[in-house]
Write a protein that binds this ligand. Sequence first.
Ligand code: ATP
Length: 424
Amino acid sequence: MSKLSFENGKMIVPSCVTVPYITGDGVGAEITPVCQAVVDAAVKKAYAGERSIEWKEVMAGERSFNMNGEWLPEATLETFREYLIGIKGPLTTPVGGGIRSLNVALRQTLDLYVCQRPVRWFKGVESPVKEPQKVNMVVFRENTEDIYAGIEWKCGTPEAEKFLHFLQDEMNVQKIRFPETSSFGVKPVSVEGTERLVRSAIEYALENELPVLTLVHKGNIMKFTEGGFKLWGYALAENEFGNRVFTMMQYNELAKERGKIVADEALALARQEGRLVVNDVIADAFLQNTLLKPEAYSVIATLNLNGDYISDQLAAMVGGIGIAPGANINYRTGHAIFEATHGTAPDIAGENQANPSSLLLSAVMMLEYLGWNEAAKQITTAMENCFEAGKATIDLARFMAGGKSLSTTEFRDELIREMGGPIK
Ligand code: ATP
């Protein structure tokens, strides 16, 4: 077994990497082996047998429950902790109280503070917008605070009443319109939580030579939480990244002093010098802008709730809500779990119809995370070629002009053929 190690912020990657995986429930049983076969073929093709992945199954979800009575065995968490990375198919969330969602448990145990969602369009895939090719962004959604750490009290309970009295009597809050029938919610947003998220997003943008990092927030309404996110984000950019960034705050100062045209020139110069432009936008304006001028954005850093809306809208714009990949990452410890973002699709499970693309593109993210970009490129190129030729699973093919519906395993074979590899 070949473990990754993480030293001084750098991942040490052996030539054979052990990757723990959760097969997943429902269609997981079909898409996981397909994903592994395609990844193996890509790695083999890219490195002529000098690099490889050793897959190590760990249990979770219904499959685990049926085998050993546990939804998420401690051994699974321990394995992810030890091997740093992992990949997972969709999991059934246990019904009934008491058991945390498995995804939440994984995220919290490993403190995976970034939910990363790349969004791009594949030629051939039907989209509801006119120019989907202009949508190319990576969303960094904060994964541990805001509503994920939100606290709520239901109206009519003694707790809500106690909280109401605290607000009215001790905090002198008078503006609650219907106090007796209100539920209450509180959400924390911290300096540390913001900084680690924004730092990771800026580092990602710089490493990948992307032009703009945008902080998306509702700081005009929630001044200290969402507004804090914006201010702390800008401060971090200026303090930690100095000349490598050019922030909108610096731009505004320049515009005040010397006029807008000079500032525009400064912005153009910043781009020319390879400096990352760091700006911000209010969440509602951002959602409009993504439809009007999506090309203005490349990396997005945002809070938890905004990130939820944004990730799904952007995925829908590229017609990819069913193929959107995702990862939950802690860039400080190196821990990362890559995952299919769709559910278990029980309605089509067992029919060899499921689209493996979401999991496959998550595997692409994983390969890039390891620095195995050549193997990642093999897979994306094969997918580009298949989709452009109208070859896809039925969920996508039925909307493609001249689309040809393939089964899950036929799609696997097409991808491997595209990469010039042998078909298993
Ligand atoms: P869960 O309860 O696990 O969330 P669900 O069926 O409620 O499952 P999804 O699994 O996200 O939610 O499915 C929503 C719809 O999208 C279903 O009709 C499903 O068949 C379809 N779907 C989801 N994933 C895929 C996939 N990988 N390939 C093809 N269709 C899919």
